[in-house]
Design a protein around this ligand. Structure first.
Ligand code: MG
Length: 250
């Protein structure tokens, strides 16, 4: 069931979103060669707790981390680990969620670690661009398929693969609410946008094939099937009377 938010609820979600973005900023500032993804997880948890928020991912479905830290060919749900040390030339996707005042914020970014390849830079850039192309349609008068298709077209035009198995989602008091927000779709189809719809839009774009696999040993880590790198860009946004509003921002 889709839950349309009141203006008051959207304001509360903007608070949760701001705190999520502050958590992301603290993690981003710590990213450098030599740091472990476990250290990044600690920074995220400490920052959110200091702001009287709770990491939304910790224990969600049994997930053991406060962030997802997904390096290189890991698409999503990378578990923070002391043994996972960032090296010059890696790319690292950080997905962070915060619960504050009863509402959830959810966002993701992919960061270069030191100097990275031109193709890695292009993948990160195109993934972010696909997000912005998509949300141009998060307006009254358009439909979900318009947004989904814009993301897909932009990423595929660049020669990249758009992940199918993981998608964006409605968000509110729960991290995952209806509707599902795919990063691929058909224009003119799907849910009609209305004011007060709050969704997490999150293209996951692979350098090569869109296909992914999940590690058997931990049941979480999602990797590209061909071992090539992947990028992720996500914000929680609200549909308004006018332009879409980014809630996960400082
Ligand atoms: Mg999400």
């Amino acid at each position: 069931m889709i839950q349309i938010k009141s203006d008051e609820e959207v304001e509360k979600m903007a608070e949760a979103g701001r705190i999520t973005a502050l958590g992301m900023q603290a993690v981003a500032e710590a990213i450098r060669p030599g740091v472990s993804t476990w250290e990044l997880d600690r920074i995220a948890r400490r920052t959110l707790n200091k702001l009287k928020a709770r990491p939304a991912f910790l224990n969600y479905g049994g997930f053991p981390g406060s962030i997802c830290a997904s390096k290189n060919s890991v698409v999503v749900h990378g578990i923070p680990s002391r043994r996972n040390i960032l090296r010059e030339g890696d790319i690292i996707s950080i997905d962070i969620g915060a619960v504050y005042g009863g509402y959830v914020g959810d966002m993701a970014r992919t960061f270069p670690v030191g100097e990275v390849s031109e193709e890695a830079k292009r993948l990160i850039r195109v993934t972010e661009e696909a997000f912005w192309k998509g949300i141009e349609f998060a307006r009254v008068g358009f439909r979900l398929g318009d947004l989904s298709n814009a993301i897909q077209e932009h990423a595929e035009a660049a020669g990249f693969g758009v992940v199918r198995d993981y998608v964006g989602h409605g968000i509110g008091e729960e991290m995952h609410e209806d509707p599902a927000v795919p990063n691929y779709g058909t224009p003119g189809h799907g849910l009609r946008f209305e004011k007060g719809l709050v969704i997490a839009v999150e293209p996951m774009v692979n350098l090569g094939t869109w296909e992914v696999t999940t590690d058997d040993d931990d049941g979480w880590t999602v990797r590209t099937a061909d071992g090539k790198i992947s990028a992720h860009y996500e914000n929680t946004i609200a549909v308004t009377d006018g332009d879409p509003r980014i809630l996960t921002t400082i």
